[in-house]
Design a protein around this ligand. Structure first.
Ligand code: G3H
Length: 541
């Protein structure tokens, strides 16, 4: 039996799906949240096919798991109107609400979100093929992120609940919302990465238009009721439909104050240019990345191999932080490539519910063909597949390939493969990978592997000015979520972290007055009567 036939055996028949992981029924979403109402939809729908194929009489077929609305510009504009009305030029109930009350709404939301954990986790698994264990982790990490956000906002608010006196002027400085936020998340972390922008945006008093990712849409459906029940009407509005149909008009309206998107720089740039007043638009973006590993002759090969496997193949390489190109010193390249190939081939592949599974089917229908084209192009320009069966595929599943030696003529040298391919480049001088990073259009992170202190130091200083995080002897990653997550060049705009996100989705406003007896009295009276939510010394415990 060929390896491809072997691979095909990973897919099972409908009645072989373990009951615990099966979806009880297809999920046909016919409503969406707009202006505090679940509006019904009778128009066109999009069929959601899982990357998980099912053995049928007609052969392997991606399983249909549900459908969701494909709304039009009309519904998108209704959602925009709702968000604009709820913001009401900063005078709406939500943007003027005290921080403690906004926090209370978010806490209520977490409670209701947690009630939906089982179905949301299953939908993450079925919609994007993420392993069950990692889908649970994604849910839990998101809940922790929201709790951490609440704590961070309390700290921020406590610091702001006092007056500052400078040069005879008394002021109270707080962070205020920016307006209407258009939020779009990615398919690889459809819940987590979406919520790491959506939650800070809401909690700071903005109102929201939220478009779920193309793959990873249905999993948000069970949460819409919680949004509806926990926030005033119009604060959270969902938009469904083809991005290229519904988004341009929203941007052209000039009514979007913040664009937050985790996706491609090409899309982000096109959207930004559509806004009639670019200076009024703030963008918080997580974009393309091609993080490199630099493995020097003084590196611990075994450790470098372990981290390269994790960094390049966790969730099949579909992480913006994944290691997407590996530079290894020529003196250890053969040993490194051999050990890397062996370790890659030890990873288990299969259905996302299988215990300990690492490699799973890919959600993007065109991805297997794209990866095949990358491999062919690399082979044409002199690389070889170094691991046994590398690049073999069956339907939505692609077995990882280690490609060596990669050079600058290949697609894999520059393109973000976002999949299970590991391009390896031998180098003689450290200047070569440094030059690569200087010339790169990306600037998110780098991993450097060496046990030599002088060598590490000589890499750290030039590299911190090329990328936003230098990882020593470990893979690239976003977490811990309190650390700043950003990038240079085409990799990001703005900074996300539990604390930074609160700053990104707000702007400082202050109330100031000359320190006269009359003003002192007025300010004291306002504070004592609790007439203002902004001018207030109330302390949140
Ligand atoms: O896709 C990009 C994610 O932010 C990566 O997060 O490094 O924790 O997997 P991670």
């Amino acid at each position: 039996m060929s390896f491809t036939e072997e691979l095909a055996k990973m897919f099972v028949g409908e009645n072989e799906i373990p009951e615990k992981f099966a979806l009880a029924e297809e999920l046909h979403q016919r409503e969406y949240l707009c202006n505090g109402e679940m509006k019904s939809w009778e128009g066109k729908v999009h069929e959601v096919f899982s990357p998980i194929c099912i053995r049928t009489e007609k052969g392997l077929q991606r399983k249909l798991i549900g459908t969701y609305p494909v709304c039009t510009e009309k519904e998108a504009f209704e959602a925009l109107d709702a968000a604009v009305a709820a913001y009401d030029n900063g005078r709406g109930e939500w943007p003027t609400m005290g921080v403690a009350d906004r926090i209370h709404c978010v806490e209520k939301f977490i409670g209701k979100m947690r009630e939906q954990k089982e179905i949301v986790v299953k939908l993450i698994m079925w919609e994007i093929g993420k392993s069950y264990t990692d889908s649970v982790k994604e849910f839990d990490r998101t809940v922790e992120y929201i709790y951490a956000t609440i704590d961070a906002l309390k700290d921020l608010d406590r610091d702001s609940s006092r007056f500052t006196i400078e040069q005879g002027i008394v002021a109270q400085i707080r962070r205020s919302p920016l307006g209407v936020v258009l939020c779009m998340g990615p398919f690889n972390y459809p819940l987590n990465e979406t919520f790491t922008t959506l939650i800070p945006a809401i909690i700071m008093g903005n109102t929201l238009l939220f478009k779920p990712p193309k793959h990873g849409t249905l999993l948000h459906y069970p949460l819409l009721k919680a949004f509806k029940e926990c926030f005033p009407k119009g604060v959270v509005n969902t938009i469904y439909g083809r991005g290229n149909v519904i988004i341009p008009g929203l941007m052209q309206s000039g009514k979007i104050n913040v664009l937050t998107l985790i996706g491609s720089s090409k899309v982000a740039n096109e959207l930004k240019k559509l806004h009639p007043k670019v200076n009024r638009l703030r963008a918080i973006l997580g974009l393309d990345a091609k993080n490199a590993a630099i493995i020097t002759e003084k590196a611990d090969i075994k450790l470098s191999v372990q981290e390269t496997v994790l960094g390049s193949l966790s969730f099949n390489g579909q992480r913006c932080t994944a290691l997407k190109i590996v530079f290894v010193h020529r003196s250890i390249a053969d040993a490194f490539v051999q050990q890397l190939s062996e370790e890659v081939n030890k990873l288990s592949y299969g259905m996302p519910w299988e215990p300990g599974v690492s490699l799973t089917p890919l959600p993007e229908p065109n991805k297997p063909a794209y990866l095949k084209a990358c491999i062919e192009d690399a082979e044409l320009h002199g690389a070889r597949i170094m691991n046994q069966n590398g690049g073999a595929h069956s339907e939505s599943f692609v077995y990882p390939a280690v490609l060596y030696p990669v050079n600058n003529k290949m697609k894999l040298y520059r393109e973000e493969q976002f999949g299970p391919l590991i391009p390896v480049i031998p180098f003689d001088e450290l200047e070569e990978p440094i030059e690569y990073l200087i010339e790169s259009t990306h600037g998110q992170q780098v991993s450097i592997f060496s046990n030599d202190q002088t060598e590490l130091a000589s890499l750290i200083d030039p590299l911190v000015n090329q990328v936003s995080r230098v990882n020593i002897n470990c893979q690239c990653q976003r977490g811990p979520d309190v650390f700043p997550f950003t990038g240079r060049k085409d990799s990001a705009e703005g900074t996300l972290s539990v604390v930074d996100a609160l700053r990104s989705f707000s702007i400082r406003s202050l109330v100031a007055a000359k320190l006269t007896d009359g003003n002192k009295q007025l300010i004291n009276d306002i504070v004592t009567a609790a007439d203002s939510n902004f001018l207030s010394t109330q302390f949140i415990f």
